[in-house]
Design a protein around this ligand. Structure first.
Ligand code: SF4
Length: 246
């Protein structure tokens, strides 16, 4: 291990093989490198039917595949079953980020992750979602534990990837790898709400596929407030602009 701040990770007791749900390359970069540094056996599960439109979905996924291949990590490309996602969040179109729609969104993605893990010999699931400070860690952990709880042989690993310098390394890795920098969480509603916010600030609407870490300034984007949140901008911590997540 070259980074003294990055601790050697210990899996939950009885765990040996991890299926990591990944929302995107920027959020999963540090999670992947941290597990690699600790010699943890893991695969990546990309299941994010929330991401809209399909162009954005493909860009985010391909960035993640690129980094997985560079590190020799198995990448499992799951369904893009958008119809089921829209059905799942029906009636919650105006729910704010971190609200009930996001709980449904996380539940759906973790349930599929847990099912795949159960059917393919993984004893532990975790996710890159929690590394973003735009996310509610308790909300994510609750969804992950609920999904893993469906199977007696499965554990949701609640490790806080933000700690011990994880948040800073997430940005460093994103810049080093020049990852695509998404500018909204992922769904059509987060795109709508982020554009509304930008218009209210006199800014241009989001243009898909044009921003990459390390190729220009991220200062404006890392200060983006969570739409619908009462959190003041100045208290918002640095994180990938999308708020990842998908
Ligand atoms: S994509 Fe993001 S904002 Fe939209 S429901 Fe999922 S977590 Fe919430």
């Amino acid at each position: 291990m070259t980074d003294p701040l990055r601790p050697s990770l210990a899996l939950p007791e009885g765990s040996s093989k991890v299926l990591m749900h990944s929302c995107c390359a920027p959020c999963s970069g540090e999670v992947m490198e941290a597990m690699l540094a600790s010699g943890i056996n893991y695969s990546i599960f990309f299941y994010n039917p929330n991401i809209h439109p399909v162009k954005e979905y493909e860009i985010r996924k391909n960035e993640n595949i690129r980094f997985a291949e560079a590190n020799g990590i198995e990448f499992i490309d799951a369904d893009y079953d958008v119809d089921n996602w829209f059905e799942r969040v029906k009636g919650l179109e105006n729910s704010p980020e971190r609200g009930e729609r996001c709980t449904k969104c996380f539940d759906m993605r973790f349930e599929r992750t847990a099912l795949y893990a159960h059917e393919h010999g993984f004893d532990t699931i975790t996710s890159s979602l929690g590394i973003s400070r735009w996310k509610d860690m308790n909300q994510i952990n609750g969804c992950g534990e609920r999904a893993a709880g469906r199977y007696d042989d499965l554990t949701y690993w609640t490790y806080n990837w933000r700690k011990h310098g994880g948040s800073a390394r997430m940005i460093e890795i994103s810049k080093r790898e020049e990852f695509y920098q998404q500018e909204y969480c992922g769904c059509v509603y987060s795109l709508r709400d982020t554009n509304r916010h930008r218009r209210s600030q006199g800014r241009e609407r989001i243009t898909l596929g044009v921003k990459f870490y390390g190729r220009d300034s991220v200062i404006e984007e890392i200060r983006r407030p969570v739409i619908g949140s009462t959190e003041p901008v100045e208290n918002s911590p640095a994180a990938p602009s999308k708020d990842s997540g998908q």
